[in-house]
Structure formats: structure tokens, C-alpha cells
Write a protein that binds this ligand. Sequence first.
Ligand SMILES: NC(=O)c1ccc[n+]([C@@H]2O[C@H](COP(=O)([O-])OP(=O)(O)OC[C@H]3O[C@@H](n4cnc5c(N)ncnc54)[C@H](OP(=O)(O)O)[C@@H]3O)[C@@H](O)[C@H]2O)c1
Length: 239
Amino acid sequence: MSTVLVTGAGRGLGLEFVRQYAADGWTVIATARDPARHAELQALVAAAAGRIRVHALDVADHAGIDALAALLAGEAIDVLLNNAGTMGAEGYAGSGMQAQRFGHSNYEDWLQTFAVNALAPMKMAEAFADHVAASQQKKIVALSSVVASIGSNNLGGLYAYRSSKAALNAILKSMALDLMRRGIIVTPLHPGWAATEIGGPNAPMRPQHSVAGLRHVIAGLTREKSGRFWQWDGKELPW
Ligand SMILES: NC(=O)c1ccc[n+]([C@@H]2O[C@H](COP(=O)([O-])OP(=O)(O)OC[C@H]3O[C@@H](n4cnc5c(N)ncnc54)[C@H](OP(=O)(O)O)[C@@H]3O)[C@@H](O)[C@H]2O)c1
């Protein structure tokens, strides 16, 4: 049976990944900053008869990542799913395209956004590469965003979020090349515009739909698809 580790699993797309992978019979390692705060996650755990295990993890805490990797030493992880992400203090959901506009940068918040969106998936991969290499599927994925695409940016703004996800994409491209020799597939994924806290209530897609599509894309990842940027419906996106 396959195993997935999901970060930011308490709500939004992360919670939906836990729900769908567990329903599909996978072993799920669900991590969240404060699992006790998330009643829906706790209910899934209670109903899953041991197939969902929960660990507290703030992905900006590198010592915490190392400690979890050590705790899980020897356990194969088929899919390392870097889902946790942030828009920072001023998100799209509240401010629309007025968010993070020129002349209004909050640099402290920008650095924290970078720590969560770009550096944390790197640290997770470095800590868990052996677990992934020991698995059958050998996949490291991260939720990026179409707004990371420099080639398709024709609206401007969203400086912190865009740049953190563009950095994530650059990191994953190098990682795909570096880990190819270990047979590990690495790729960023865009979930579409989904109704979560980050997506906001006007988003046209339900998390269930986005995650079902992403799971299909993840299941179909091959070595040839590694190091490329994929959307929830299988379409390839420009960098
Ligand atoms: N929804 C969209 O339309 C959309 C579009 C493009 C990309 N994405 C990406 O999809 C991913 C999931 O976002 P979402 O839409 O599900 O938004 P969400 O509902 O706001 O969920 C964000 C998740 O990230 C977690 N998180 C934030 N900072 C963290 C940290 N330091 N350590 C651990 N977990 C942390 C949150 O945990 P807490 O509960 O502890 O805060 C929460 O579980 C993100 O990477 C996002 O950038 C979403």
C-alpha cells in the first residue's frame, strides 16, 4: 500500500488530500501546525482506523522537519506532498489584485512567505529524500501557482506570493535534475483557483474537484514529466 505525507493538512486543499487519499486506501501522514485546532482532520483520523497518522509540524521550523524525518526513519514515503503555503498578511482573498501592490511591500512578511512557500519544500525534500527513494512511486510534488509563471504574468502585483512560488518552481526544477539519478520525480503543481482561505469564496472550483484532478496528475507522473510545471487538469504550464 502507498504512503503520502501531506503538509498543511488541517484545512483547505491539504485536508481534502488527506480525505481522498485515505478513502482510496493509502496510508496518510498528515502534518499541521496545530492539529488539535482542526476538528475535521480529527474526525477523519478517528474514522480511518489507523490509516491516518497526524504529526504537528510548522514547515518553517527546520529543526521540527529534521525531528519528524528522524522519527519516520526507515519508512517509505511514495508521495511527499508539499501543500502548506501562504499568501502572507495581505492575501488575494481579502484584497484581490490590490494585494501586495507596488509601493506597499511588507518585507518582513515577504521573507516569511518565502520561508513557507519556497524554502520549506526544499528543506522537506532534503530531510525526506531517503524516505521517498525507499518507496515504490518516488515522487516529490509541491503546490505552486499559475501566478508563479513569469511567462504568463500580464497583471502585475502580488509581489511576495508570485516571487515565492517562482522561486519554488526554480528550486523544484533543479531538484528534478539532481534527484533524477535516484529515480525521484519532482514537479510543481497548480491546483486551479479553488475555494479555500487562499483562493477566497469567489473561486470557481471546489477543493474536491481540484484535489481529484491533482491526484490524477500525481498518479500519472513519469520520469519524462519530472521537472515540468503541471496544472490540476493535466495541462502543462509555461515557466
Ligand atoms: N486555493 C487556490 O486557489 C490556490 C491556487 C494556487 C495555489 N494554491 C496553493 O495551494 C496550497 C494549499 O492552499 P489552500 O488553497 O488550501 O489554502 P488554505 O486553506 O489557506 O491552506 C493553507 C495551508 O497551509 C498551512 N500553512 C501555512 N503556513 C504554514 C506553516 N508555516 N507550517 C505548516 N503549515 C502552514 C495552513 O495551516 P494552518 O491551518 O496552520 O494555518 C493551511 O493548512 C498552498 O501552497 C497555496 O499556495 C492554492
